[in-house]
Design a protein around this ligand. Structure first.
Ligand code: ZN
Length: 456
C-alpha cells in the first residue's frame, strides 16, 4: 500500500479561513477510535503559495498534530508541526514521517493544528483527510552522501577555541536531508560543533545523536517559529510554545526557556528573515546578527543588536547559516547557504562539551567569521594595562579593522598581514568596545562580541 493508493478517508474535516484569521492558530478536533496502530493525514487548501516572506497574494496553511493527551502548552500530546512543508504524513506506533513523533495511537480526541500564515484575497478553503490504519510502510531513510576524500586543512584557531554552525534544518522541518547527513557535512566543513534547529520540533535531536568522536558535537536545539518572528533555543529537549504570536507570550516563553538552562537567541532580525516583530521583548541571551552570507541584509540585524547595546542591554552576537538544502539544485536564493557560512567561534575552558559551548555562547566568549577558514578575530582586554585592548586578526590581510563603541567608530586601521596583532588605547568612559573586520567593499568578514567597561 502506498499513500497514492489510499481509498476513501475515515474522516474529512473542512473549513475556510478569511483574512482576519491570518496568523491565528486553530485546533480542529477529531475522534480516534480504540485499537489503532497508524493514522495518516493529508491536507489541501486553495490558492497555495510558498511560505517565503517575499511571496504574497495566496494562501499558506501550516499544519501540526496533537494526540489525545491534549493541546496545552508543553503538552506531551504534541506530535509535531510541519509548517506548510508536507502535504501528508503518517504517524505509526513504530515510525512516523519526520518531524512527527511515532508512538501509541491513543483513543480519544485528537486535534489538527492549522495555522493560516498567509490568507490571500479569495480566502482559504481547506480540507484535511484522515485514514485509520491504512497499513503504510516506513519510507527508507537516505544514506550518507558522498564525502570529499581529502579536504583542505583549515587554518588553526587559538587553543581552546571551537568553530561551529548554530542554525540548520533537516527533513524534520523544511530541509532536504537527514540529520546524519547534516552532521557528516558539518564534519566535512571542519566544524567542531553543530546547533540543530528544526522548526518547532525536537524529534530531530534523537536522529542526530550526541555527535563527538570525530564528528561535530551536537548542540541540541529548536527554532521556535512564531508568526511574529523566530527564536532559537539550544540546550533544550522539549518544544516551546509557538502558537501565541502576542509579544507578551513570546517573552514569557523565551524567559521560561532561558530559566530551564537553554541559550536563547533572536533569529535573523532583518527584512525577509522573516523579521523580528517584537522590538520591546527582552529576556534573550543573544542575537543572530549574521544569518547566511553577509550580503543577505545582515546589516539590519547588526544594527538591531547595536541598538540594544547602546540602550544598555547586554546580549551576545552569534551567527548561523540557516542551511536547509544539501542536495537540491533548485534552491531559492535566500537559502543558497552552506554550513559554516558564517561560523561562530567559542572559547571553552577545558573539555569541549555541550555545556561548555552553551556557557561560551551565553557569556559572549565568541566571535563570528565569514567561514570556517576565518578570518579569525580575537579581542581581549590588555592584561598589562587598563584602558587598553589587544586585537589579533588571522587570515585577514587586506581588510580593515574597526573598533566600535556606543555605535561609533573609535579606531580604524588596515590589516596588512595574515598574522596581525595590535593593542589600542581606548578613550575613557566607554561602556563597551567591539571589533569588526571588513573587506574593501564594506562586507563584514568577522565581528567580535563586546569587551565591557569593567573588564577594561
Ligand atoms: Zn528562521
Amino acid at each position: 500500500m502506498t499513500a497514492a493508493e489510499l481509498g476513501a478517508p475515515d474522516r474529512v474535516l473542512r473549513g475556510r479561513f478569511q483574512k482576519d484569521h491570518e496568523r491565528r492558530y486553530v485546533h480542529v478536533p477529531f475522534e480516534v477510535p480504540t485499537g489503532l496502530r497508524q493514522v495518516h493525514l493529508r491536507y489541501w487548501y486553495s490558492d497555495q503559495i510558498d511560505s517565503d516572506p517575499l511571496i504574497s497574494g495566496g494562501n499558506t496553511l501550516d499544519i501540526g498534530l496533537f494526540d489525545e493527551r491534549g493541546i496545552a502548552e508543553g503538552s506531551p500530546g504534541f506530535r509535531g508541526w510541519s509548517g506548510s512543508n508536507k502535504m501528508e504524513f503518517t504517524i505509526d506506533e513504530s515510525w512516523a514521517t519526520p518531524p512527527y513523533r511515532k508512538g501509541k495511537i491513543g483513543r480519544g480526541t485528537w486535534h489538527v493544528l492549522l495555522g493560516p500564515y498567509k490568507v490571500g484575497p479569495r480566502g482559504c478553503d481547506w480540507k484535511v483527510e484522515i485514514w485509520f490504519d491504512p497499513g503504510l510502510q516506513s519510507p527508507v531513510q537516505g544514506g550518507a552522501i558522498a564525502r570529499r576524500v581529502n579536504p583542505d586543512p583549515l587554518p588553526e584557531g587559538r587553543s581552546g577555541w571551537l568553530r561551529g554552525d548554530l542554525h540548520c534544518h533537516t527533513l524534520y522541518s523544511d530541509g532536504d536531508s537527514w540529520p546524519p547527513e547534516m552532521l557528516m557535512t558539518a564534519a566535512e566543513a571542519g566544524l567542531d560543533f553543530l546547533g540543530t534547529t528544526d522548526h518547532n520540533n525536537v524529534a530531530h535531536q534523537l536522529a542526530y545523536g550526541p555527535g563527538g568522536d570525530g564528528l561535530p558535537i551536537v548542540v541540541p536545539g529548536v527554532e521556535v517559529t512564531t508568526y511574529g518572528g523566530h527564536w532559537n533555543a539550544w540546550g533544550t529537549d522539549r518544544w516551546w510554545e509557538f502558537r501565541e504570536p502576542e509579544a507578551e507570550a513570546v517573552e514569557r516563553t523565551m524567559r521560561a526557556a532561558a530559566e530551564s538552562g537553554a541559550v536563547v537567541s533572536v533569529c535573523h532580525p532583518k527584512p525577509f528573515g522573516p523579521p523580528w516583530e517584537y522590538a520591546d521583548v527582552s529576556g534573550f541571551h543573544a542575537v543572530e546578527v549574521w544569518n547566511g552570507p553577509w550580503p543577505q541584509l545582515n546589516g539590519a540585524s547588526l544594527a538591531y543588536w547595536e541598538e540594544l547595546l547602546r540602550g544598555g542591554t547586554r546580549c551576545a552576537a552569534l551567527g548561523g547559516s540557516d542551511t536547509h538544502y544539501l542536495k537540491s539544485g533548485d534552491v531559492p536564493l535566500r537559502h543558497q547557504d552552506a554550513l559554516g557560512t558564517p561560523t561562530t567561534w567559542v572559547h571553552v575552558d577545558g573539555r569541549p562539551t555541550v555545556t561548555a559551548i552553551l556557557a561560551a555562547l551565553r557569556e559572549g566568549r565568541s566571535f563570528v567569521s565569514a567561514s570556517p577558514r576565518g578570518p579569525q578575530l580575537y579581542l581581549e582586554p590588555d592584561r598589562g594595562r587598563a584602558g587598553r585592548v589587544s586585537v589579533e586578526a588571522r587570515d585577514g590581510a587586506g581588510s580593515t579593522l574597526t573598533l566600535f563603541s556606543d555605535s561609533r567608530s573609535i579606531a580604524a586601521t588596515s590589516v596588512d598581514d595574515a598574522a596581525w596583532a595590535r593593542a589600542f588605547d581606548l578613550p575613557a568612559g566607554l561602556e563597551y568596545v567591539r571589533a569588526e573586520l571588513a573587506s574593501a567593499t564594506g562586507e563584514i568578514l568577522a565581528l567580535t562580541n563586546p569587551v565591557w567597561a569593567e573588564q577594561l
